[in-house]
Design a protein around this ligand. Structure first.
Ligand SMILES: Cc1ncc(C[n+]2csc(CCOP(=O)(O)OP(=O)(O)O)c2C)c(N)n1
Ligand SMILES: [Mg+2]
Length: 571
């Protein structure tokens, strides 16, 4: 507020950069993730002058900044904000922008650009940010006039956070951020072409009620749309009312309590037997906020072959995209569930169906071998769950460890699970944990990372060093690109091409060089002694946990196979 007043007093000398900072303060931004450079020097000067208005976090690579912003958005429910310079700064952000697009994460990214007069001349650190980011953003802008800047910032936040959330890029040429503007600016906006449908059509709601009456084998599939809409409680009400079995997608974990008896766990390529068979055998599939990703459906020919499909999605483009849909409901998940809950219809008899599913759950649970001393990753995940009482924020990289975390950590609340789903970005877990922890300083935040993935973004240890952020980095160290190794074992006759990695840094020493405590764990006994204490203290930590290299993630649906063709269901 102070900064806002002082900027107003200096109206006569307000630069474009000041207008930007003022607009961010007006949006209630409290945390910025960014990295300076030539084209954003005016913006960083304005940030310097506005000190105290918000927290600027300096990761050591732009990719770290954007994944941190994604983690922050996931946990806080607010938009994450990123600033990068032109050229390499902007291109270093591209992976994160694409990641946020795939997983519908609301972020607003400001990139510096060369001055308008030299755009198109291959000027120093020029890159075509508009061209590069058009296919991977919900929307993007290049500011052309200084007086548009406050309105564009407001629109960018509106677009990023409403309807189906997603990334918005605002490219700001240097002459705009450095030039001075003296008049008052109207920042109101009108977007007639962007009016997301948020309320369900009552006719379609009626059809779903009818379908519930007729169904004998219904199942709910909850995706991250439930979480984005803040609709978990409404989902609970709906599910309890009709005693419906629930499965979730990878990104939907936490949308419905994982420990609840009606929960079948995660579905998909590494989903549980009971969840996948429920999807395969159901006669009514109620998809709420999932996009029927191929890792979820397996071969579409065999996906829910006998089901009438109802699909609630705020993005009409998702409905019918992959799976023919009988009851399309274009709506925000919360509004649709509230409407469904207004009426209590006489539902069908799901008795036999429920028994069958419960029996599947009992007969075909997740399983793993348990050696005497060595650590298997499945057991490790159970221990993390136990020691954090299921209350931690968990972030992951991509690979086997991600799937084991998804299988064994039962999320009972939304916004605790931060993972890269659609893009599958290695190196996501640790920087995302920085943003997640900053969004919630009172929770234990565990970054469950692969030995491969961690080495892609470990430079962010500097942020832990600097801020003493108590993020716990748990390296599930199988000395391999485990998921690649697993596919090579199964589908390439054990030809392990470039997937076994014998050469690694000493992760304990590496951590210590950043003044972060490091721990080496290679037996169950050490783990049970060390891990509970490390997870409970208020210091950052790197835990190099050696696990058996040959473990595979099961069950698994091989490429091209259907949900009912899982392998590794039983030992
Ligand atoms: C940036 C990036 N490059 C490559 C891949 C392909 N990939 C998927 S999983 C995986 C192995 C990851 O190894 P690690 O981080 O050690 O995790 P693990 O599977 O061993 O648990 C690779 C290379 C990817 N997902 N992301
Ligand atoms: Mg590995």
């Amino acid at each position: 507020m102070k900064a806002q007043a002082s900027l107003k007093e200096q109206a006569a000398t307000k630069t474009g950069a000041d207008l930007l900072v003022e607009a961010l303060i007006n949006q209630g931004v409290d945390t910025l993730f960014g990295y300076p450079g030539g084209a954003v020097l005016p913006i960083y000067d304005a940030i310097y002058r506005a000190k105290g208005s918000f927290d600027h976090v300096l990761p050591r690579h732009e990719q770290g900044a954007i994944h941190a912003a994604e983690g922050y958005a996931r946990v806080s429910g607010k938009a994450g904000v990123v600033i990068g310079t032109s050229g390499p700064g902007a291109t270093n952000l591209v992976t994160g922008i694409a990641d946020a697009m795939m997983d519908s994460i609301p972020i607003v990214v400001f990139t510096g650009q060369v001055a308008k007069g030299v755009i198109g001349t291959d000027a120093f650190q020029e890159s075509d940010v508009m061209g590069i980011t058009t296919p991977i953003t919900k929307h993007n802008y290049q500011v052309q006039e200084i007086e548009e800047l406050p309105r564009i910032v407001k629109e960018a936040f509106h677009i990023a956070t409403t309807g189906r959330p997603g990334p918005v890029v605002v490219d700001i040429p240097k002459d705009i951020s450095s030039s001075v503007y003296q008049k008052d600016i109207d920042d109101s906006f009108d977007l007639p072409g962007y009016q997301p449908t948020l309320k369900p059509n009552p006719l379609q709601i009626g059809k779903l009620h009818e379908a519930l009456k007729e169904a004998e084998k219904p199942v709910v599939l909850a995706g991250s749309g439930v979480i984005h809409a803040g609709a978990s409680e409404d989902l609970k009400t709906f599910v309890h009312q009709y005693k419906l079995p629930v499965t979730t997608t990878l990104l939907g974990l936490g949308a419905y309590p994982g420990d609840d008896p009606l929960s079948l766990g995660m579905a998909g390529m590494h989903g549980t037997y009971s969840a996948n068979m429920a999807l395969y055998e159901c006669d009514l599939l109620i998809n709420i906020g999932s996009r029927f990703d191929d890792r979820l459906t397996g071969n579409l020919k065999h996906f829910a072959p006998s089901a009438k499909v109802a699909h609630i999605d705020v993005d009409p483009a998702e409905i019918g995209k992959n799976v023919p849909t009988a009851i399309p409901i274009v709506s925000d998940a919360k509004a649709a569930l509230q409407k469904l809950n207004e009426q209590n219809v006489e539902a069908g008899d799901y008795h036999e169906w429920m028994e069958r599913l419960q029996n599947n759950k009992k007969e075909y649970p997740l399983w793993h071998e348990q050696p005497e001393k060595d650590i298997v990753p499945q057991w490790l995940m159970q221990k993390v769950y136990e020691y954090t009482k299921g209350e931690a924020i968990v972030t992951t990289d991509v690979g086997q460890h991600q799937m084991w975390a998804a299988q064994y950590y039962h999320f009972n609340r939304p916004n605790r699970w931060v993972t890269s789903g659609g893009l599958g970005t290695m190196g996501y877990g640790f920087p995302a944990a920085i943003g997640a922890q900053l969004a919630d300083m009172n929770s234990t935040c565990v970054a469950i990372v692969g030995d491969g993935g961690f080495q892609m973004t470990l430079q962010e240890l500097s942020v832990l060093q600097e801020r003493r952020l108590p993020v716990k980095i748990l390296i599930v160290n199988n000395q391999a690109l485990g998921m690649v190794r697993q596919w090579q074992e199964k589908f390439y006759s054990e030809r392990y091409s470039e997937s076994i990695i014998d050469t690694q840094p000493d992760f304990v020493k590496l951590a210590e060089s950043y003044q972060v405590p490091g721990y080496f764990i290679d037996s169950q006994e050490t783990l049970e002694r060390v891990l509970p204490e490390v997870l409970a203290d208020d210091q950052p930590a790197v835990i190099d946990c050696r696990v058996l290299q040959k473990e595979n993630v099961y069950p698994m649906i091989a490429p091209g196979k259907g949900l009912h063709e899982m392998i590794g269901v039983k030992p």
